[in-house]
Ligand binder design. Structure first.
Ligand SMILES: [Fe+2]
Length: 291
């Protein structure tokens, strides 16, 4: 059983298309951990792909998905009170706010329905493995599910991350926990306290070669695949994972896409800060915590 794991597309259809073409025929299940939209120029195209998606799949809601669906519901004069209660506790940067508005103006009713139906978290079983997915942090609080960062090691020690799981019994009992939101890939083995992150490799000046295989035999893990549309951990390429459940191996991938065509489009449809290539291809390991 092969699971394709993606997250944080951010309306970057050029990157999404390249990754889905790569995964085609290689996976049995697709999991996406949210932030389908926000920041980028093509929210409609990015959601269209999943409106009628034939492969078995599990998705959850990101903070930018929440922002776009709320703004769309406002335009329809039918704002969701529950979404507003969560959103008012977040602080998006100014360019993010403007792009949430533009994305909300770009989508149509079927895209809105897709975003509206995304759950804050999902717990399900594939083969014998209990899997828990959420965008930010495993928690019983929805605000933390979409908006709280679970940082990669060494920015947060693995034992601190593992300790956080006590806040949600269902997470404590899961075999594989998958999170996104930071746009930075990592893997933590829970019983063995072993971990890997690309940031750690960069800080230690290691040359990381992709695809990178990491075994988790007989261990429970916490995993972040990085970001499809806006990686923030060093290479600038789309990052995602393939999990082989039978062999208990996570394979981290790093895939180049047609960035030049994408930047041309951002110049037409995005605010100036978001037009800059360094915003989408963070090659210098810059560790800002802004959403
Ligand atoms: Fe994101």
């Amino acid at each position: 059983m092969q699971i394709g794991l993606i997250s944080d597309i951010h309306s970057n259809y050029h990157a999404l298309k390249t990754v889905l073409q790569f995964l085609d025929g290689k996976i049995d299940v697709l999991i996406c951990l949210g932030d389908f939209v926000g920041y980028g120029p093509q929210p409609r195209e990015c959601v269209d792909v999943f409106l009628d998606y034939s492969l078995s799949h599990f998705f959850c809601l990101g903070n930018h998905d929440l922002g776009v669906r709320f703004r769309y519901s406002q335009h329809k004069q039918d704002p969701s009170e529950k979404d507003f209660e969560i959103l008012k506790t977040f602080k998006f940067r100014e360019s993010a706010e403007v792009m949430l508005d533009r994305n909300a103006q770009d989508i149509q009713e079927d895209h809105f329905k897709f975003l509206k139906n995304l759950p804050f978290k999902q717990i399900f079983q594939v083969d014998q493995k209990k899997i828990y997915i959420t965008h930010g942090t495993p928690s019983v609080r929805r605000r933390e599910n979409v908006g709280k960062y679970l940082l990669p090691p060494p920015l947060q020690e693995p034992n601190v991350t593992i300790d956080r799981l006590k806040h949600d019994k269902k997470a404590e009992n899961a075999d594989i926990i998958m999170v996104g939101h930071t746009h930075r890939r990592f893997l933590i083995r829970r019983e063995k306290f072993l971990s890997w992150s690309l940031i750690e490799d960069i800080l230690q000046k290691k040359q990381t070669k992709f695809p990178l295989q990491y075994s988790f035999e007989n261990d429970r893990i916490i995993l972040n695949p990085g970001s499809i549309g806006q990686p923030r951990d060093g290479t600038g390429n789309s990052s995602f994972s393939i999990i082989d459940l039978d062999k208990e191996i996570v394979e981290f991938h790093d895939l180049e896409y047609q960035m030049n065509n994408f930047y041309k489009l951002t110049k037409k449809k995005c605010v100036p800060e978001v037009q800059d290539s360094s915003f989408w291809a963070n090659k210098f390991g810059h560790f800002s915590e802004q959403t």
